[in-house]
Design a protein around this ligand. Structure first.
Ligand code: HEC
Length: 170
């Protein structure tokens, strides 16, 4: 049974909702949208195949690494800008928001995408993601020990290219 009071209340809520779009009136418990997950690094990267590539990695390269036999490496504009820096002592670490994407294939030419791996510098610390093939669900994400452990062998955790050197001495 619907009381007169609750009918008035509903009308008031409807009026308020119409006046202030996007505002959920207090007492209306149902959320307008499901609570969303934060976007994955891969979603943030978007079409990384349009990105630049490290100078030593203009082409796909065979690798001995758990990333598919043949990899393409892509770097975002933060890494590109960092690489252009010539500092007396070189660059000690990549900047925040730096992103590197690895696309692993099963062949040197063409082939199938067998893996995608992503790194992003967040407040001085790398965040990681790895996907099987073109899956949209990461198999690893966050700061997995397995990634960090092996990558600690690289300069600032990057294995396929180096930090910019200091300028050559005259
Ligand atoms: C056993 C060692 C090893 C492990 C474990 C490993 N990687 Fe790598 N990774 C490498 C090597 C070596 C390269 C460089 C490959 C190349 O030369 O192209 C690399 C390259 C990458 C790159 C391209 C940037 C770079 O560092 O060169 C990304 C991104 C990446 N790995 C992500 C991951 C993620 C995410 C994980 C964990 C799920 C992971 N890796 C686990 C060895 C490893």
């Amino acid at each position: 049974m619907v009381s007169a009071m609750s009918t008035r209340r509903r009308a008031a809520i409807a009026a308020l909702a119409a006046l202030v779009p996007g505002v959920v009136p207090a007492g209306c418990e149902e959320p307008l949208q499901p609570v969303s997950e934060p976007p994955t690094l891969l979603a943030e990267a978007g079409d990384y195949t349009m990105w630049a590539r490290p100078k030593n990695r203009a082409e796909r390269q065979p690798v001995v690494a758990p990333h598919g036999g043949f990899v393409d490496i892509y770097i975002n504009d933060v890494v590109v800008a960092d690489q252009a820096m010539v500092l007396p002592e070189g660059l000690p670490a990549w900047s925040d928001e730096a992103m590197v994407v690895l696309a692993g294939y099963d062949a040197m030419e063409g082939g199938s995408l067998v893996q995608v791996a992503v790194m992003q510098k967040q407040a001085g610390v790398w965040a990681w993601e790895q996907y099987d093939g073109s899956s949209e669900e990461p198999r690893f994400s966050g700061r997995p020990d397995v990634c960090v452990g092996c990558h600690s062998a690289g300069e600032d955790f990057i294995r396929s290219f180096r930090l910019p050197d200091p300028p050559p001495e005259e």
